[in-house]
Design a protein around this ligand. Structure first.
Ligand code: G6P
Length: 410
């Protein structure tokens, strides 16, 4: 389950309940539902897909899973995998950048003969994914015989042609699901299945949240409510959306959230800037800014009722007095203290509380943010599902790469 608390974001920072009346959230609700019900945008229908197709994929103990992708083709998978792992990532490798040190250090240590390798790219033309694929291809060609598995998840472009030329298995992604909304498709669920994660429980969480998101009563619809709250505060100049997770293993959830929020809403001089903070440690690095800097932020706390690892501690405080409590009490007190201090300073903040950190709650929270971004796209009257501006850099880069013999030496 997931609880959403918004009391510190209304009647704070000059946003009142009366302001809600000025926002056509009913229109946003119907426009988004029309797009989803007609299948124009498909990120809702796919959570009701039949999961039998995943029996095709391997899920064997001890086998490595190597995922190669960028952005929406890998961040959701990392968000869920690292969100569920308790800091022991023995057989999962994510190649998600063009940093030679990162990719080559992974390829130096992973035994590709004992690996399922997912090459994931919706367009099939993403430079980093292409180059990382060629690095793996070259490594495989040096082996006497390749006993691993290569699976392509792509809809076209160079990578699809490569897969067909080499007779690799190819799976497609529903065209009406934009990349950054595709974690609940084969893009995320296939590698997560191979990593032994209960993908049906992830979808149960998404479906639980979908029911809440059908509610026309905004105060019972966390995605719509959080969307309208961020919209209203952005209209008052608070365009930075800080997500401060008091669960450090949600760090990659933050990376996924950054792309979903930033790339979907950053259009036509609009947009909110997503920032991920980790509590309690960012109280010692960014809280001064959040408390006393520009009043241009809305803070979202993410916390949990239950930490999977916890222990009692007895220690002496700074006045040499004995304190006995659980470690989880300490971080929970820090989160509440930060929330209270920010509220007293008039910094609007909301809180998402997970029952526990499991497939269900991550599925629910990620689906909530997909729906929230959908609603906000309607509120801003923008296309939340494309990313035309990123193409400009790609055109320049491909041109430079062609000359890279010279450019590389500059
Ligand atoms: O899945 P791909 O086609 O490889 O795209 C990977 C990523 O790169 C693109 O440049 C877009 O900015 C992202 O929205 C997308 O998720």
């Amino acid at each position: 389950m997931l609880k959403y608390d918004y009391k510190n974001a209304v009647n704070i920072g000059d946003v009142s309940l009366e302001d809600f009346e000025k926002v056509d959230f009913n229109g946003a609700y119907s426009n988004l539902m029309e797009k989803l019900n007609k299948g124009v945008i498909g990120f809702r229908e796919i959570i009701y897909d039949d999961l039998n197709k995943y029996n095709d994929f391997k899920n064997e103990d001890g086998i490595n899973v190597v995922v190669v992708g960028m952005g929406g083709s890998i961040l959701g998978t990392m968000a869920i995998y690292y969100g569920l792992s308790l800091y022991n990532y023995n057989n999962a490798y994510f190649i998600d950048n063009s940093d030679p040190e990162k990719t080559l250090s992974i390829l130096k240590k992973v035994d590709l003969n004992n690996s399922i390798i997912y090459i994931i790219s919706k367009s099939g033309n993403t430079l980093e994914t292409l180059v990382n694929y060629y690095l793996i291809k070259r490594k495989i060609e040096k082996l006497d015989s390749f006993k691993g598995d290569i699976i392509f998840i792509t809809n076209g472009g160079k990578l699809k042609r490569e897969a067909e030329k080499n007779n690799y298995k190819v799976y497609s992604i529903p065209e009406n699901v934009p990349g950054r909304f595709s974690v609940f498709t084969v893009v995320g669920l296939a590698p997560l299945y191979s990593l032994g994660i209960d993908i049906s429980k992830i979808l149960e969480g998404a479906k639980y949240m979908d029911k809440l998101c059908q509610n026309k009563n905004i105060f019972k619809n966390p995605a719509l409510l959080n969307g309208v709250i961020h919209y209203l505060h952005e209209k008052k100049g608070r365009s930075i959306s800080v997500v401060m997770s008091y669960i450090e293993r949600l760090k990659y959830f933050g990376e996924w959230y950054k792309q979903l929020f930033g790339e979907s809403l950053g259009k036509n001089n609009n947009g909110l800037t997503p920032i991920l903070s980790i509590g309690a440690k960012d109280q010692h690095s960014l809280l001064q800014l959040y408390m006393d800097g520009k009043k241009d932020k809305v803070i979202t706390f993410i916390t949990t009722e239950k930490y999977d690892l916890d222990e009692e501690i007895t220690f002496e405080d700074i006045n040499d007095e004995k304190i006995s409590c659980n470690l989880s009490n300490i971080i929970k007190c820090e989160q509440i203290a930060t929330e209270m201090a920010l509220t007293q300073r008039g910094v609007p903040n909301v809180r998402i509380t997970l029952d526990e950190i499991d497939e269900f709650s991550l599925g629910a929270m990620m689906y909530m943010y997909e729906m929230q971004v959908g609603f906000m796209g309607e509120l801003y009257n923008i296309d939340a599902y494309n990313q035309p501006a990123v193409e400009e850099e790609k055109r320049i880069c491909w041109k430079l790469i062609k000359e890279c013999g010279n450019y590389g030496d500059r």
